[in-house]
Design a protein around this ligand. Structure first.
Ligand SMILES: CC(C)(COP(=O)(O)OP(=O)(O)OC[C@H]1O[C@@H](n2cnc3c(N)ncnc32)[C@H](O)[C@@H]1OP(=O)(O)O)[C@@H](O)C(=O)NCCC(=O)NCCS
Length: 157
């Protein structure tokens, strides 16, 4: 099954609908130990005009999602969340979603994509660095457990 995904150039990443909220909540709980998006927030972002929430499905089940947020009047988009089901981690879905987010940000007129990531999240930091993101700041005590956030950004060309 994983080989099947690996051979695909890309699973489609479609816009989420309210029908995806149950699966999004389940994935959020599986992918993160803390600082999770609440069901209420997920519902909000599915329909928010200032956000793009995309889902990737594999055999009918949610395999990954990304949440991109915009601020009116700003050319800086923010990758608010990205998560891959542990079953599919390392199969390239994170990278494919990141690329789609960059395309969405450009289409929205944004010139820069920014994000925060836990300083100890090596896999995520590796994903971002390999895709051209650079560290520009750190915020101490950013997460619920007091962990530091690394701020990263990429100029979209
Ligand atoms: C971070 C996350 C989104 C990455 O998604 P993914 O689908 O596993 O990533 P990909 O398979 O596209 O891999 C992209 C890069 O991640 C890195 N990576 C993948 N597996 C890795 C591993 N076991 N150890 C370290 N880095 C790894 C590599 O740099 C890889 O690039 P490469 O394949 O060119 O070597 C995913 O692991 C995840 O959901 N983690 C839990 C939630 C989370 O931490 N979200 C990010 C919050 S900022």
């Amino acid at each position: 099954m994983r080989d099947h995904v690996l051979k695909q150039s890309r699973l489609p990443a479609r816009r989420a609908t309210l029908a995806d909220v149950d699966a999004l909540e389940t994935l959020e709980n599986k992918a993160f130990d803390g600082d999770r998006l609440s069901r209420r927030s997920l519902r909000y972002y599915v329909t928010a005009e200032t956000a793009v929430l995309r889902v990737m499905k594999q055999d009918g089940a949610l395999a990954a999602y990304s949440l991109l947020a915009f601020r009116r009047g700003s050319k800086i988009a923010r990758l608010y969340s990205i998560a891959v089901d542990p079953m599919w981690v390392g199969c390239g879905l994170g990278r494919a979603l990141l690329k789609t987010c960059e395309k969405d940000a450009r289409a929205h007129g944004c010139a820069v994509l920014r994000l925060e990531v836990r300083v100890d999240n090596k896999r995520a930091i590796a994903l971002y660095e390999k895709n051209g993101y650079r560290r520009f700041d750190e915020i101490e005590d950013y997460y619920e457990d007091g962990a530091t956030a690394v701020r990263m950004e990429k100029t979209l060309t």
